[in-house]
Ligand binder design. Structure first.
Ligand code: PLP
Length: 409
């Protein structure tokens, strides 16, 4: 995928400036838990409180507070569209990715259809499709590398395939499968594609057209925004779908897919989060252009630190790392000999290092890796605001566990 050159060739990524935008990062903790939800910059907090302070009513009314609500919704759709390369009228907003995916699964598939889903995926891009009554075909993961081989999709996808659901990045191994190639196979057979971008969106530039995603799901709380989900699709395709809805609610696209009253102030926060991401790297140009440059710089920053994190963990004989995918986000998944993952997370928490342990809802993948029934593993991930000291603190904390006593039965 070709991205425009950076607008300001002299601009450099400054983690320190980025970190200063986040009030919570001054609490002394190393936040390596971004894959479960990021911290919130002051600009997002201000946008949310500002929306309430200005007087905020419901949408569609005749007075200024309602006009402000209309403007907030429109701005949010435009911002999310810019983030992923979609169009505002194709942005469906909702509570979170899981809720939206269940809703879309019911309208996209049903008994008599075939769906292809992958064991790499978070359960939110698995169970909504297995529970519609469609016949399921599984794409398998290589448990050693953590890759999702593309070749198998030519076998799995056929004339009966209605939809292929696949993740743009694994939330535990960070694997970035070749989504564009998978979507091409799906489209050649006349199938739709539903791409889970919840983990991927935070970690680099996104172009839904280059990916070949007919539907692309994301969640703002993974990229510095509030707890709001979005699915981005072609509005023309959405016109042909008719989900269950209340009789008096709008039948327009994308409103037809949205249930009840939106969390309006939070939507203002989503727009602020996109603007924040667009400004990670100083530059000029349209917001879309600045997003592409900023997110590419953020990815470079994350992967640079991640190489140090991986190198450090690899030298520790008591650590087992899972997966070694060629293309990945800065997300590590590991166990420590003799210790349940939760105990490792507790040890690190006591040192001010925030990590997750368990299956992290990657239910099929942790099953394939053989760790699901023994408490999963520890997940430590980097996002754009992490710095070298976060990595060093993780490595020091894990190194201390070298001579840990055997696990209690
Ligand atoms: C890769 C991935 N997909 C889907 C989800 C579910 O997202 P949400 O919490 O918005 O329902 C998550 C949440 O952790 C995730 O990491």
């Amino acid at each position: 995928m070709a991205f425009p050159p950076r607008q300001d060739a002299t601009a450099t990524y400054s983690p320190e400036t980025v970190r200063n935008a986040y009030p919570s990062l001054s609490d002394g903790h190393a936040y390596l838990d971004g894959a479960a939800g990021t911290q919130t910059p002051q600009s997002v907090i201000d946008a949310i409180t500002g929306a309430y302070r200005a007087g905020l009513s419901n949408v569609g009314g005749t007075f200024p507070a309602s006009h402000r609500a209309d403007a907030i919704v429109a701005a949010c759709r435009a911002a999310v569209a810019d983030l992923v390369g979609g169009v505002p009228h194709g942005v469906i907003l909702g509570a979170n990715m899981t809720t939206l995916t269940y809703r879309l699964a019911r309208v996209l598939t049903g008994p008599g259809d075939e769906v292809v889903i992958s064991r790499l995926d978070h359960d939110a891009n698995v169970r909504p499709w297995t529970q519609t009554g469609a016949r399921v075909r599984w794409a398998e993961v290589d448990p050693v590398t953590g890759e999702l081989p593309v070749d198998q999709f030519t076998e799995l996808v056929g004339p009966r395939t209605r939809l292929v659901a696949v993740s743009a990045a694994s939330n535990i191994l960070g694997t970035r499968p070749d989504v564009a190639a998978i979507c091409e196979i799906a489209h050649a057979a006349g199938a739709l594609t539903y791409v889970d971008g919840v983990h991927a969106t935070a970690h680099g530039p996104v172009d839904v057209h280059a990916l070949g995603a007919d539907f692309y799901a994301t969640s703002a709380y993974k990229w510095s925004g509030p707890h709001v989900g979005a699915v981005i699709a072609d509005p023309v395709a959405l016109e042909s779908l008719h989900p269950d809805k209340l009789l008096p609610s709008p039948d327009t696209v994308p409103e037809r897919f949205e249930l009840g009253t939106a969390p309006l102030a939070d939507l203002a926060g989503v727009t602020a989060a996109v603007d924040h991401l667009a400004g990670l790297l100083p530059g000029t140009g349209s917001r879309r252009e600045r997003l592409l440059a900023s997110m590419a710089a953020a990815e470079e920053h994350e992967l640079g630190l991640f190489a140090e994190m991986l190198a450090g963990l690899e030298t520790m004989p008591h650590v087992t790392l899972y997966g070694k995918p060629a293309r990945r986000t800065a997300t590590a998944y590991f166990t420590v000999a003799g210790l349940p993952p939760r105990r490792v997370a507790e040890h690190l928490a006591a040192r001010g290092v925030n990590v997750w342990s368990g299956h992290n809802y990657a239910w099929e993948l942790t099953g394939a890796l053989g760790v699901r029934d023994s408490g999963g593993a520890v997940r430590a991930g980097l996002v754009h605001y992490n710095d070298r000291s976060d990595v060093e603190r993780l490595l020091e904390g894990v190194a201390e566990l070298r001579s840990s006593p055997p696990a209690r039965p």
